[in-house]
Design a protein around this ligand. Structure first.
Ligand SMILES: Cc1cc2nc3c(=O)[nH]c(=O)nc-3n(C[C@H](O)[C@H](O)[C@H](O)COP(=O)(O)O)c2cc1C
Length: 357
């Protein structure tokens, strides 16, 4: 089906195609009949797929990465498509338009995307109101909310800005993500530095002390190992949730596409670095890691789980392969579990690298 639809979508400008896809899913999210149809065609329910981490049970380990549903308009549709969890955002405390268009580009030869969206979103207040209006049954899978810095706020006031968004959105999230790694907000990546990050995490810890929730830090693929170790140490010492590795890259190494735009690169070219990062984090900590970057098939998912990821996310592969990819991955995981004589996906994770104690 998607093989028929894709040429039509790819004829549209990339952002317009994204808007069409999202508005269709948002419509489905408001219509129970459409949701059940989607669910019957796409979702795979099987207890063997379940993963439990940070006090949350994920019906399967495949999640939607941040950036697709920035405003959280299609939340129930993502689980109907088969995702085991959804991360909305990036949300900023002040609603913003993002960068001028065009700002989203496909690189089909490389199975990649470049984006310089710049955190276009409705802002924490509007999004919290939308989340408050969701019914109990509208959130069948864990919901992550990814928070970033508002563009107009200077870097010295970043912690207060994150705090405002966190306060607003905290009640609606199952887990939160501090995004300090998007390449499209000036200076944002500086917030990965120890001192800045420490201030932001102090704020998160205060909120955690009232209502305990896992908080993850999302990092950039360009961080040096020493820098990654700093992030590990901080997340551990603050007793927060874990790490999301990783965001898009500014590197253009190994691309087949010649004339490339400015912005963050995602998809297949990010695969190797994202896996290296995951392996480094898992070799040096016991933190839960959500692995994201260039995941496009079952082998990738198994490789990440064996490398120590407890969950994975994807975005770009869905643009190229369509939403049925999630079903394929979940079915593939069940078949793999059966072939190996395992009881469940948790055993794939356990069979991988041994993590430090
Ligand atoms: C168009 C686009 C927008 C994105 N927006 C965000 C965002 O707002 N916040 C964020 O943390 N990551 C964002 N990302 C990064 C993804 O969440 C993910 O980390 C990255 O794309 C790598 O995964 P992939 O190779 O499966 O796409 C965006 C990615 C794309 C392609």
């Amino acid at each position: 089906m998607y093989s028929l639809l894709r040429p039509l979508l790819f004829r549209l400008d990339a952002e317009r195609a994204h808007e069409r896809a999202l508005s269709t899913l948002s419509w489905c999210a408001r219509h129970p009949g459409a949701l059940s149809l989607l669910r019957s065609v796409c979702a795979v329910r099987d207890e063997r797929l379940e993963v439990t981490r940070c006090g949350l049970t994920f019906p399967n380990p495949i999640g939607l990465a941040a950036g697709f549903d920035k405003n959280g308009t299609a939340i129930p549709a993502w689980s109907a498509l088969g995702f085991g969890f959804v991360e909305i955002g990036t949300v900023t405390s002040i609603g913003q338009q993002g960068n001028p268009k065009p700002r989203l580009f496909r690189l089909p030869l490389d199975r990649a995307i470049i984006n310089r969206m710049g955190f276009n979103n409705e802002g924490a207040v509007a999004i919290s109101e939308r989340l408050a209006s969701l019914g109990v049954g509208d959130r069948p899978v864990p919901l992550g909310i990814n928070i970033g810095k508002s563009k107009s706020v200077p870097i010295e006031q970043a912690a207060e800005d994150y705090q405002q968004s966190l306060r607003r959105l905290w009640p609606y999230a199952d887990y939160l993500v501090i995004n300090v790694s998007s390449p499209n907000t000036p200076e944002l990546r500086k917030l990965q530095d120890r001192q800045h990050l420490e201030t932001i995490l102090t704020v998160s810890k205060e909120l955690c002390s009232h209502d305990r929730k896992p908080v993850f830090v999302k990092i950039a693929p360009e961080l040096s190992w020493a820098h990654v170790d700093d992030v590990i140490e901080l997340v551990e010492s603050f007793g927060l949730g874990g790490i999301v590795a990783c965001n898009t890259t500014l590197s253009r190494g190994g691309l087949q596409t010649s004339a490339v735009e400015a912005g963050g690169l995602s998809g297949r070219p990010l695969r190797k670095r994202s896996l290296e990062l995951l392996r480094h984090i898992c070799a040096h900590s016991t933190l839960p890691v959500i692995s994201v970057g260039g995941i496009s098939n079952l082998q990738d998912v198994i490789e990440r789980l064996k490398a120590g990821a407890c969950l994975v996310q994807l975005y770009t592969a869905m643009v190229y392969q369509g939403p049925r990819l999630v079903r394929e991955l979940n079915r593939g995981l069940i078949a793999y579990v059966e072939r190996q004589g395992y009881e469940a996906v948790e055993e794939i994770i356990a069979s991988g690298i041994s993590r430090p104690r």
